[in-house]
Design a protein around this ligand. Structure first.
Ligand code: GAR
Length: 209
């Protein structure tokens, strides 16, 4: 039976689109996107879900604990197996990881452990990378744990930083060359049962466990 995937979004939803497109090409082996949950009613990601015929939900506003409780309740009612944070900018509490141990994935637009952690999201990540003067940056898919951006790493990919880069051009290159490829691949590997997590280490298996 296919694993039911919920994608959590807050904004434009290009990573959600990459997942929808991968599913359309038959590349989300073993999984199906069952729902999109947004922290904002205005997120364009909800439009993308609607166009793809995927049910969309808006999470209530409130403190992190109340939002997480509502989120977990909704995920369980939808019988979700895998939770994917794709540009989800809301802080959640440990109740989510208790309900979904090693079953919450996040995409972050840097090579973790660089340029990550509290307050480091979206365009800020690329501003920080350029200010630091790094020559490569990239993206990371990792399992989400209680510590922000510090869970076991599943996949990473790097790109060159060019002298003329702005935060916007670097963001776009990292999305196109890293994020939109890594996230569908990681989701598919999870849904095929090909990710083994031991402590901080994730092994990609040739065959399902
Ligand atoms: C993406 O670059 C994603 O990696 C980043 O926000 C953007 C969302 O774009 N996420 C974070 O910074 C999380 N810490 P999208 O809505 O077009 O997918």
């Amino acid at each position: 039976m296919a694993k039911r995937i919920a994608v959590l979004v807050s904004g434009g939803g290009t990573n959600l689109q990459a997942l929808i497109d991968a599913q359309g090409r038959g590349e989300l082996t073993g999984g199906e996107i069952a729902a999109v949950l947004s922290s904002s009613p205005d997120a364009y990601a909800l439009e993308r879900a609607k166009k793809a015929g995927i049910p969309g939900y808006v999470l209530p506003r409130g403190d992190a604990r109340a939002v997480t409780a509502a989120l977990v309740e909704r995920l369980q009612a939808l019988d979700i197996h895998l939770v994917v944070m794709a540009g989800f900018m809301t802080i959640v509490t440990e109740e989510l990881f208790r309900a979904y141990p090693n079953a919450v994935l996040n995409i972050h637009p840097s090579l973790i452990p660089s340029f990550c952690g509290v307050g480091c999201y979206g365009l800020h990540v690329h501003e920080k990378a350029l200010a630091y003067g790094v020559k490569v940056s990239g993206a990371t898919v990792h399992f989400v744990t209680e510590e922000c951006d510090a869970g076991p790493i599943v996949l990473q990919k790097a790109v060159e930083v060019l002298p003329e880069d702005t935060p916007e051009t670097l963001q776009r290159r990292i999305m196109e060359q890293c994020e939109w490829k890594l996230l569908p691949r990681a989701v598919s590997l999870f849904c095929q049962g090909r990710l083994r997590v031991e402590g901080r280490k994730v092994t990609v298996l040739e065959n399902a466990e």
